[in-house]
Design a protein around this ligand. Structure first.
Ligand code: UDX
Length: 424
């Protein structure tokens, strides 16, 4: 078993530390936030992830994973591998900001043992491997890229059950050393160059975002021509070249990755004088999807949003997470407020910042009481359990827009005068 240090304990870092611990490696996790380190050391999950708290408790007992907020303790640990999992936020131009990655590399250059491997797990643009090597300014340390494909809400499952494991490095020997960490995970393993590994990550997210823009555009067309989007998706997904997953129409895609990664890919391409018109179009289509939902709500409100009260079910960027970063729901709420609506929102888990300009209540029923229109913007399964008759009696006027296609259509159609489902 190996000795692994994980630098940065966000979604990716925590999942990597816990996943590597579960694979039997000795792990130390570092974060600049002592509060976060304290929570993790007490087996408390600072993020909403299925199974994480249990895994932290187990690893605490087995002493496989420890946490620290000092590089001195990381140094004393004498790791063979250093996984950099710090944020790569987007800067104004859309490019990925490597400040935290390079700062971590500089800190590691002071403490990493000779022949150790710095592994980039943070999503970094093509060419970052070279910049990390320069920041390390040591020829006796290797650099590898090992991008993650974790979905929020199922990150630990995705770590232990990947479709493939990608490692990019300058030499086969370094790639092999990193791939060996995953020996106990039966998965396709691809050793490639650092640049290829970096590009595989971005192109995966850009493709998935483009796929969703495609299906969201087709859902709008289904509404217009009276076709069934469920049957369309079933027909599309039955083609083995397309596949059935990741084809659910929605109000648009969001989260901390797709928007950032698609823009960063466009930015990298433009640095090399290349346009990526398909990905440009996917971003533009996504804006259209969000606008279409706002227009549907406006129609249901009688043609104007000014002064209307809109109930909103769901703020998180998708179900099973508390994350509202670049959430389609939050984007739509902002557009409703900008058009003069009042918004009352409920989310089972996510909490919007206080100064968001709308009220957040403690139940779905409360977010429907007295409203002109109710909009479902995140696909939380519990919304399908709410009694539509009870809801219709509490609304000012019965108009509902299900932008996530999560409500049982027949029951809601019979209880609500104006019930509209995205995609028809
Ligand atoms: C994504 C990638 O899936 C993951 O591999 C990568 O490591 C990080 O980015 P995540 O951002 O957690 O993961 O969200 P994901 O589950 O991919 O959903 C992204 C957005 O697409 C969400 O807004 C979601 O609601 C939307 N979506 C997803 C759909 O609208 N329809 C779908 O069928 C799937």
């Amino acid at each position: 078993m190996a000795k692994i240090a994980v630098i940065g304990l966000g979604y990716v870092g925590i999942t990597t530390a816990v996943g590597m611990g579960r694979l039997g490696h000795d792990v130390i996790g570092y974060d600049i936030s002592s509060e976060r380190v304290m929570a993790l050391a007490n087996a408390k999950a600072p993020i909403h992830e299925d199974g994480l708290e249990e895994a932290l408790g187990f690893l605490k007992q087995s002493e496989k994973v420890s946490f620290t907020h000092t590089y001195q303790e990381v140094s004393d640990f004498k790791a063979d591998y250093f996984f950099i999992c710090v944020p790569t936020p987007q800067d104004a131009s859309g490019a990925a900001n490597l400040t935290f990655v390079l700062a971590a590399a500089k800190a590691l250059s002071q403490i990493a043992p000779a022949d150790s491997i710095v592994v980039l797990k943070s999503t970094v643009p093509v060419g970052s491997g070279e910049r990390v090597k320069q920041a390390l300014s040591r020829t006796d340390i290797h650099v590898a890229s090992n991008p993650e494909f974790l979905r929020e809400g199922s990150a630990l499952h995705d770590f232990m059950n990947p479709d493939r494991i990608i490692v990019g490095a300058a030499s086969e020997q370094v790639s092999t050393r990193v791939l060996e960490l995953y020996d106990d995970i039966p998965s396709r393993k691809i050793a490639t160059s650092v640049e290829s590994a970096e590009l595989i990550k971005y192109s995966t997210n850009a493709y998935l975002a483009t796929r969703l823009s495609f299906v969201n555009d087709l859902a709008a067309l289904c509404e217009k021509v009276g076709a069934s989007v469920d049957d369309l998706v079933a027909g599309l997904g039955s083609d083995s070249r397309i596949g059935p997953s990741f084809l659910s129409p929605g109000p648009g895609w969001g989260g901390s990755c797709f928007p950032k990664d698609t823009r960063a890919l466009i930015s990298v391409a433009s640095d090399f004088g290349l346009d990526l018109p398909i990905i440009d179009a996917a971003l533009e289509s996504n804006e259209e999807s969000l606008s279409r939902v706002v227009e549907s709500i406006r129609d249901l409100a009688g043609g104007s949003l000014e002064g209307k009260i809109i109930g909103v079910w769901g703020l998180a960027f998708k179900a099973n997470t508390d994350d509202i970063r670049e959430s389609p729901a939050m984007n739509i709420v902002a557009r409703l407020l900008a058009r003069g609506s009042e918004v009352i929102a409920f989310d089972p888990v996510a909490v919007a910042p206080k100064a968001s300009g709308f009220s957040q209540v403690q139940s779905a029923e409360l977010a429907a009481a007295g409203v002109d229109v109710l909009a479902v913007l995140t696909e939380w399964p519990e919304f399908a359990q709410v009694d539509p008759i009870k809801v219709s009696k509490s609304m000012k006027s019965t108009a509902v827009m299900d932008a996530r296609r999560v409500l049982p259509v027949d029951a809601w159609r019979s209880a609500i005068d104006n019930f509209r489902v995205l995609g028809g």
